[in-house]
Design a protein around this ligand. Sequence first.
Ligand SMILES: CC(=O)N[C@H]1[C@@H](OP(=O)(O)OP(=O)(O)OC[C@H]2O[C@@H](n3ccc(=O)[nH]c3=O)[C@H](O)[C@@H]2O)O[C@H](CO)[C@@H](O)[C@@H]1O
Length: 368
Amino acid sequence: MGPLRSVVLAGGGTGGHVYPLLAFADCLRRHDPGVRITCLGTPRGMENDLIPPQGYDLRPIPAYQLPRSINMNLVRTPGRMWTAARAAGKVIDEVQADAVVGFGGYVSVPAYLAAWRREMPIVIHEVNVPPGVANRLGMKFTKNVAVGFPHQPQQAESLRDARVVGVPLRRSIAGLDRAALRDAARARFGLRPDLPVLFVAGGSSGARSINLAVAGAAKELARNGVQVLHVMGARNEPVPIPTDLPVPYVTLPYLSEMELGYAAADLMLARGGAMTVAEVAAIGLPTIFVPYPHSNQEQKRNALPVVEAGGGLLVDDNEMIPAWLERTVIPLIRDPHRLAAMGTAAAAYGRRDGDVALLNFVYEAVAR
Ligand SMILES: CC(=O)N[C@H]1[C@@H](OP(=O)(O)OP(=O)(O)OC[C@H]2O[C@@H](n3ccc(=O)[nH]c3=O)[C@H](O)[C@@H]2O)O[C@H](CO)[C@@H](O)[C@@H]1O
């Protein structure tokens, strides 16, 4: 049994914050089935779709969006933030939490504030460079900062002393054997077992520029025997795909069982969200990264170490046009030796034990 009786987890908004929270919750429950786990969420974030089905207690906290330029001066922290912090504090008191573990996103801020007022252990897990604004504020209250990747302490002064623990990944992904699941996964999507598969997914909310480029390349990819499994993003307008293609082209709005997509694929085309990078690296899936261009180079920094290790390619969003895709994807996906070498390089960079490493870090922090 670990040193925790009750823990509050905070992280919300996009999949990028919710999936590591969930993976960590699962790990905690596996190691210590008696511990009480409570999650804080905003009323409309993706946590509402993702957390309750996994059987965790999700408590809504009033949403308050921090301005990106907040000066981190608590005296000037807006009143609405304290209202949210009081709501978080009520939950913390009710469940008699021993610690708060935050993954970033707006809901983490009230949790950090409430835990700080109660002088409780706070642990922060951060996967981006620069750290998100919520975690930056949280770092004022704790030195227990864990990060997902080795480049983060080198690139961000505020993360210099952070512990590299990796990223908690869902068990279905951390434990994935792609080769063993490949045929079943392909059958599930109606894909042929004998032709290569390009898996396209633009992060937890999809990516319009990627969707348009792949749709534009659909005919040429199909003519060259490349099958496509394309997750468009539930919040995106679906892009029309030609219907008379000679090989399967399967579109989905969202894929909950992401491991099936990963297992079906020979090559992935993705954004550079930190979770996506951690997942494809861990499972050794060669990936073409098209970082989201509008967030401070954050996604480029996530993807670059995998690319430099030889596990993927990097392309600017403005180069994401059908001709580039045709030129790059077709020869690569037909070259199993190159794909295998890229997969091995990606896997050497990735890790599958981020959940356990973070749990050990939390136990240490609570024991301190
Ligand atoms: C535009 C933006 O600001 N994006 C940020 C956001 O990305 P975003 O929310 O897109 O997050 P990631 O790419 O990191 O993670 C997406 C997660 O959703 C899952 N998934 C995705 C599609 C699908 O159909 N099914 C599914 O399960 C993936 O397996 C992955 O676990 O959070 C990341 C982590 O903080 C940041 O690094 C990104 O920069």
